[in-house]
Design a protein around this ligand. Sequence first.
Ligand code: ACO
Length: 383
Amino acid sequence: MMTTASTAVPTAARGLAGVVVADTAVSDVRGAEGFYQYRDRSAIELAETVSFEDAWQLLVTGEPATDASRPPFRRRLQHAAEGRRSDIDAVVDAVARVTPEVLPGLAAAWPLLGARLALRPLYDLDDEQRLDDAITLAAATPALVGALWRCARGERPLPLLTDRGVVACYLHQVTGIVPDDDTERALTAYLIAVMDHGFNASTFTARVIASTGADAASCLAGALGALTGPLHGGAPSRALDGLDAVGTADRVEPWIREELAAGRRLMGFGHAVYRTADPRAELLKRVALRRGGARVQLALRFEETAERLLAEAKPGRDLHANVEFWAALVMEQCGLPRSMFTPTFAIARTIGWTAHILEQARDPKIIRPSARYVGPSVRTVAA
Ligand code: ACO
């Protein structure tokens, strides 16, 4: 924090980089160490070992799933999604008439679902009612995304797989194939790994809206807007576009040199907080290598070359592949189309957003910073 001489008002760093703006017990990112945690657990360990639903329960309730607490939480998720089926269908039908695009469709669908379910401002609710709204919206999200995808292609949503969890049902909805266990586990690892990540741009957006006391659906719609940007959650499909543009291994180095010389950013590289390898990228790289395929070899070459050339171009900055680079490979291996990468990311991040919205709603202080005015001085109206 600096102070300006003229006003003695504290001034935050550009982009609020490194500025602590709140306390949170949801997640922590330690950029220098390449480590992050959800509540009191290593997020990577969770991604490698637990189910999507158990990680969800931990993040949103703050308590790990146990033999006693797991069944009622699962019933709650099931009721929230299936009990709202006709509302979800009505919203999807309305949205699909306006756009075949899933991402803006989801951004519109949440407030419409919120209005249909008469969700009230967080300000007017107690903790238990807020948790209900958070679970209702997050549980409806895979169904909304899957149905928007099918409707955009002129198809009806497929019936749910009654004996499988959220991840398998979602994969089935989008690909039309009942996933095998390895594919389900690969996507589960990705989804858990990106459920939350400190005060990133979309989470901060959700918390700013929550601090006004608005309803939970409005918080999610705002957060999703921030996520769609290419510098945040919009990067993974562009990372694959990069691999497509390169084509063959011998073109990797000249292509990256041209991009950097033209002042363009390499999508899927660099991070605002990590000053060492992104642990999510390392996890997903392990998953992608295990599953294999021709594109993985090209991706390895691309990663090694990009890191070397970025070190030349930005010495001392230590730029590595980020989560989006290897996530793109894993999502492609799981059969998800490129246009569904960011919507799939949103399904996972909705859980982190709701955990943060609940935490923020307990603090009655509105988030309202200031800006330094650098425009012209006041002139009289007649001048
Ligand atoms: N390609 C080329 N140059 C880069 C890249 C990149 N991928 N990332 C950072 N740089 C450059 C910056 O332009 C900056 O150069 P400058 O000092 O000449 O201005 C320098 O490296 C240092 O940048 P940082 O301060 O480390 O980056 P910042 O915190 O501003 O941005 C960001 C982080 C947005 C992720 C950036 O690295 C980027 O644009 N990456 C590409 C997009 C991307 O992959 N986004 C997904 C991020 S992960 C997520 O949000 C889930």
